[in-house]
Each structure stands twice: as structure tokens, then as C-alpha cells.
Design a protein around this ligand. Structure first.
Ligand SMILES: Cc1cc2nc3c(=O)[nH]c(=O)nc-3n(C[C@H](O)[C@H](O)[C@H](O)COP(=O)(O)OP(=O)(O)OC[C@H]3O[C@@H](n4cnc5c(N)ncnc54)[C@H](O)[C@@H]3O)c2cc1C
Length: 291
């Protein structure tokens, strides 16, 4: 339970952190909240030779609202999101998610951006990032923007290069006459990882038809995904119980869960159906649509 020996750096600027990453490449790891990295180092699942702690880069700690986009810096903790009035107003699914991640101690340290970089296939945040069409800003020798839909590649695998620091996430604010969002997590006990988590965002037009739908599922696939077939089924239609059930079945059919201590693959697929339906219903309820 003691990590292997490593050298520790605590840069105070993004430029310093990136220069260390470029120097040590695969042998270095960024430390943000440390809530996944430290346990993995203690279990010796990873043993970086160099640890680059970004907690002293104070310029990365912000939630900035420019009206059309909200920017979340790399040092924003799960708890900051849970208690942010801006997030509560514009992205209620994130408040749902934050409140169900681990316990208060983990929420006070773990970061939103760090969780995306970590890309645990059962993590909660990737579902919100996908459903909200987030864009992730990576800083290496130059800056590049990676769409969340192109970011998750496999279990603990992302489009980020070892020489890049994820500096912030950009969240476009949904617009439309009727808006609703929800994140529903099914867990064995409070604070556990999800058996399934479903993030839904719906926009309905004046005729009460689905104008935009985003549905993202976590924990039921090697990496979190957008249930695009289910979204297509809903676009342009008026919500009904039958339609929502059909969309939930379609989303579940796109999942590919594995059997583990949280349940068999068949059970998880079934729960994906049930929780997609409930998540969509909650989003519709918040949009003021009763079924
Ligand atoms: C007891 C416990 C219960 C938990 N339960 C849940 C849960 O229910 N749901 C859930 O979603 N998560 C859960 N977690 C994980 C938690 O949410 C972590 O905070 C999160 O996975 C990682 O965020 P972090 O800031 O702690 O990252 P760290 O642990 O510091 O880093 C994780 C990985 O991401 C990399 N990284 C971090 N930040 C960056 C960056 N800015 N740029 C590039 N790479 C970066 C690191 O190098 C490392 O490889 C739990 C953790 C614990 C300890």
C-alpha cells in the first residue's frame, strides 16, 4: 500500500506544468484531486516516476459564465459544481451527478476535469460531458479543443496526449422554449460507482416536439457513449410514454456491459433501459412536460 518512489513537482503556471510533461512524457502523471491517482499509485497499478501536482496553479480554479458558454477550470472540485448557482441554473444534470459521486471527502478534492482525463468507464462525469456537448481544452506545445464525443476512446483511454494538460471544459448553454435535463444513477449503495448512469438533455419547440435530444450512458460499455439511435428516434416527435419506452429500449440495445460484482451483463442492459426511461421522464418533467 506504499507507492513506488517518485519525484514530485508543484508548478505554479500552466507553462511550467506543460514543460514538465513535455520533458518526462509517459513517465509523468498529472495530480489534480488525487482521488483516483493516489489509490492507483498505492496499489501500484500505476507507478509514475514523476508526479506533477497542478494544485498550485491557482489560475485553473474557476467557473466562468459568459452567457452562451460556461467554462470549468481544471481545479474545480466536484463539490464546487454541486454548490454552484450557475451550474444549478444552467446544467441541473451536473448537480444531480455531483451529489451522487462518492462521499463528501472525495467530492471536496476530486475534480471534474480530472475525472474526464481519468476516463473510468463507470465514472459519472463523462455522461454529463457527453450529453452537454462539452469541449475539452488541451494544452501541449499548442492549444487544441477536443469534443467530448471524440474524447473517450476506451477504458481509461482518451484522445489526450501524454504531453498535454487538460486545462478546462467548455459547456455550451442549451437554448430553446422548453428545456430539461437530468442525470440518474443506479448504485448498489450510496457513494458506490454506478451500475448505470444516464444523462438526458431535451429541448422542445413551441409545438411540444423534441427539437434537440442528448442521451449519454455510463458504466454499461467499455467507454461512455451517446445513444445516438435513441436520440434520432425522438427528434421531431411529440413525447409520449410509448415513444420514451422505445427510445429507452434502443439506448439499452446500444450498450455493451460486462458482468462483474455489480451485476450480470443482462441485468445491466435491462437497468440501462429502465434508467434511460426514468432519466428522460425526469428531463421532460423539468421541461414542464407531463406524460
Ligand atoms: C472512495 C472513492 C469513491 C469514488 N466514487 C466515485 C463515484 O461514485 N463516481 C465517480 O465518477 N468517481 C468516483 N471516484 C473517483 C473520483 O471522482 C475522482 O475524483 C476522479 O476519478 C478523478 O479526479 P481527480 O481530480 O481526483 O484526479 P486524479 O486522481 O488527480 O487523476 C486521475 C487521472 O487523471 C489524470 N489527470 C488529472 N487531471 C488531469 C488534467 N487536468 N490533465 C491531464 N490529466 C489529468 C491524472 O494524471 C491521473 O491519471 C471515487 C473515488 C474514491 C477514492
Amino acid at each position: 500500500m506504499i507507492p513506488r518512489k517518485f519525484e514530485y513537482f508543484a508548478p505554479t503556471t500552466v507553462a511550467q506544468a506543460v514543460s514538465l510533461l513535455r520533458k518526462y512524457k509517459d513517465e509523468a502523471k498529472i495530480l489534480s484531486g488525487g482521488m483516483s491517482l493516489i489509490p492507483m499509485m498505492k496499489l501500484r497499478l500505476v507507478s509514475p516516476q514523476y508526479v506533477i501536482d497542478i494544485n498550485n496553479i491557482k489560475s485553473l480554479n474557476y467557473i466562468k459564465d459568459s452567457g452562451r458558454v460556461v467554462r470549468i477550470g481544471a481545479l474545480v472540485r466536484h463539490a464546487d459544481i454541486e454548490h454552484s448557482p450557475v451550474i444549478r441554473e444552467k446544467f441541473p444534470m451536473m448537480v444531480d451527478a455531483a451529489a451522487h459521486i462518492a462521499d463528501m471527502q472525495v467530492r471536496n478534492l476530486g475534480t471534474f476535469v480530472g475525472a474526464l482525463a481519468h476516463a473510468d468507464p463507470a465514472a459519472d462525469w463523462p455522461a454529463s460531458a457527453l450529453a452537454l456537448d462539452a469541449e475539452l481544452v488541451a494544452q501541449g506545445s499548442s492549444k487544441r479543443i477536443i469534443k467530448a464525443t471524440k474524447f473517450f476512446k476506451g477504458p481509461f483511454e482518451t484522445a489526450l496526449k501524454p504531453t498535454e494538460l487538460l486545462v478546462e471544459a467548455l459547456l455550451p448553454v442549451p437554448k430553446g422554449p422548453k428545456l430539461g435535463q437530468a442525470y440518474l444513477k443506479f448504485e448498489r449503495k450510496a457513494g458506490d460507482y454506478a451500475i448505470v448512469g444516464v444523462a438526458s438533455s431535451v429541448v422542445l419547440n413551441e409545438n411540444n416536439e423534441f427539437e434537440k435530444v442528448a442521451l449519454a450512458l455510463t458504466a454499461v460499455n467499455p467507454f461512455p457513449f451517446r445513444a445516438t439511435d435513441a436520440e434520432q428516434l425522438l427528434i421531431g416527435q411529440k413525447p409520449s410514454k410509448e415513444l420514451i419506452e422505445q427510445a429507452a429500449k434502443t439506448a439499452a440495445s446500444m450498450s455493451d456491459p460486462s458482468s462483474d460484482l455489480r451485476g450480470s451483463a443482462e441485468y445491466k442492459k435491462e437497468m440501462a433501459r429502465v434508467f434511460t426511461r426514468r432519466s428522460l421522464n425526469k428531463a421532460l418533467e423539468r421541461a414542464g412536460v407531463a406524460l
